[in-house]
Design a protein around this ligand. Structure first.
Ligand SMILES: Cc1ncc(COP(=O)(O)O)c(C=O)c1O
Length: 449
């Protein structure tokens, strides 16, 4: 495929931006420069067309440039909304009411700009409430870019000490340099789906919070075992830390609300971003009034600062209102369509893997999905690390991209289907998958069933 202009653009940008792009996680091989997108399709600067399953790291649940959402944004500007930076706005109140009507576990919400801000503020609230400093996370859960959570996601076996750790914490595997030593001592990560480890860490340290994605969706799709999330709730109550469910990726992706609501779990706080605004930059921290109201606590030692120049900027607010209205519109039945398309893809991919004699497990949470090249679905990152064929996955993604199907070219990243995808898109994807598998099977690198 011709990526000449993509390569030139990256090279030009590298003269002025470290790495050549604005978020280093966007750098992958091939590093394609996209120029425009509509619905389920994207076009790169060389003119290649793709059906998009990356969805900008998952926010696009309605599809790119949704016309109703774009109209709402343009209307907000032509009606001269501005980011006044003083006093409340009626739009932020409307958004809060609409949002909370979808999140039964929460009584209050604050809007921020990014998921990372939401998780940082959630941890701050938990520390203010408990008076404790330690924070527990799950190996394989991504919770943002700030110090307290920037560790232990797609860690290597070497970083984890070369063995799976059940019942205790993993070594710290930072995602970034620059985390002060004092903060490192407060960060703990344990294996997902292992309650014993949570309990042991909770006994040893004064935990302010446990923060995790309820389904690990930054290392493919790793689901909680039955009883696991309930167990986290029980341990939070027993040891007095706050349970923060990070729904930045899971929220509004498989149901019109948080994943935890569908599972009957009651977190203290939960965080959102991505699908709540179909690609516009807005995020949310939601939770019980007693925690959220610390923002206005009369006690200066408990009062939490949640403030930001761009919080509830009118453009993303208009985008979020338009998005949530569509996601909750019974006439559109967005989630039924997503389910039907996702099932079509799942059944098709499963059939092709069997036909091509490839050991694979297709895991799906609503419209989010991942194909692991291993016999069963992983229950934690260590199982994926040990059993998933990363090299084959990388080649599979590349072969799909060459056939116009854009899955992010990093092994074990999730794909997302949007409301704008069609059955024809899925069928075209399956044809490309068939052809990609035929090509890959001719390679001696693949170990079959
Ligand atoms: C579960 C989860 N939490 C937090 C974040 C951070 O969000 P942002 O990139 O908007 O800061 C992400 C981003 O991918 C995420 O997937």
């Amino acid at each position: 495929m011709n990526l000449q202009l993509s390569n030139e653009l990256l090279h030009r940008n590298q003269q002025v931006i470290p790495g050549g792009l604005a978020s280093i996680n966007r750098k992958a091989d091939p590093c394609i420069a996209f120029a425009r997108a509509l619905g389920s399709r994207m076009w790169d600067v060389d003119g290649n067309e793709y059906i998009d399953y990356h969805a900008g790291f998952a926010p696009y649940i309605l599809g790119h440039n949704d016309p109703d959402q774009n109209k709402a944004v343009i209307d907000a500007m032509t009606q001269l909304r501005s980011n006044y930076g003083s006093g409340p706005t009626s739009d932020e109140g409307e958004l809060a009411r609409l949002f909370l009507s979808c999140v039964p576990s929460a009584e209050r919400v604050q809007f921020l700009n990014t998921g990372s801000e939401a998780t940082a503020q959630a941890i701050r609230v938990a520390r203010a409430w408990t008076g404790n400093d330690h924070v527990l996370r799950m190996q394989g859960s991504y919770n943002g870019n700030h110090n307290m959570v920037a560790s232990n996601v797609m860690s290597t076996k070497e970083q984890l000490g070369g063995r799976q750790i059940i019942g205790d914490e993993y070594p710290l595997a930072p995602l970034t340099a620059g985390i002060p030593g004092a903060e490192r001592t407060l960060m703990h990560s344990v294996e997902f789906n292992n309650l014993e480890a949570v309990e042991n860490v909770a006994r040893r340290y004064k935990l302010a919070a446990l923060i995790t994605e309820p389904v690990l969706q930054n290392v493919g799709i790793i689901k909680p075992r039955p009883g696991y999330l309930e167990g986290l709730r029980r341990l939070a109550d027993q040891y007095g830390f706050l349970l923060i469910l990070d729904e930045v990726k899971t929220g509004f992706r498989s149901v019109p609300g948080p994943y935890h609501a569908a599972r009957g779990i009651d977190p203290d706080l939960s965080t959102y971003g991505k699908a709540i605004a179909n690609g516009f930059p807005i995020a949310a921290l939601a939770g019980k009034a007693r925690f959220m109201d610390l923002v206005t606590s009369a006690d200066p030692h408990k009062r939490v600062l949640i403030a930001g120049t761009y919080n509830c900027h009118p453009v993303p607010v208009a985008a979020a209102i338009a998005c949530l209205r569509k996601l909750t519109d019974p006439a559109l039945n967005v989630y039924a369509k997503l389910e039907s398309l996702s099932t079509r893809l799942e059944l098709g991919v499963r059939r092709l893997m069997v036909d091509h004699n490839v050991t694979a497990t297709f895991v799906r949470q609503g419209s989010a999905h991942c194909t692991y090249f291993m016999p069963t679905a992983p229950a934690n990152w260590w199982e994926a690390l040990s059993c998933h064929d990363f090299a084959f996955d990388t080649r599979y993604r590349r072969a799909l991209i060459e056939r116009g199907i854009y899955q992010f070219p990093v092994a074990a990243k999730q794909g997302s289907i949007s409301f704008a995808h069609s059955e024809a898109d899925i069928d075209q994807t399956l044809e490309a998958t068939d052809s990609a598998l035929t090509e890959l099977q001719q390679s001696p690198l693949r170990v079959g069933v």
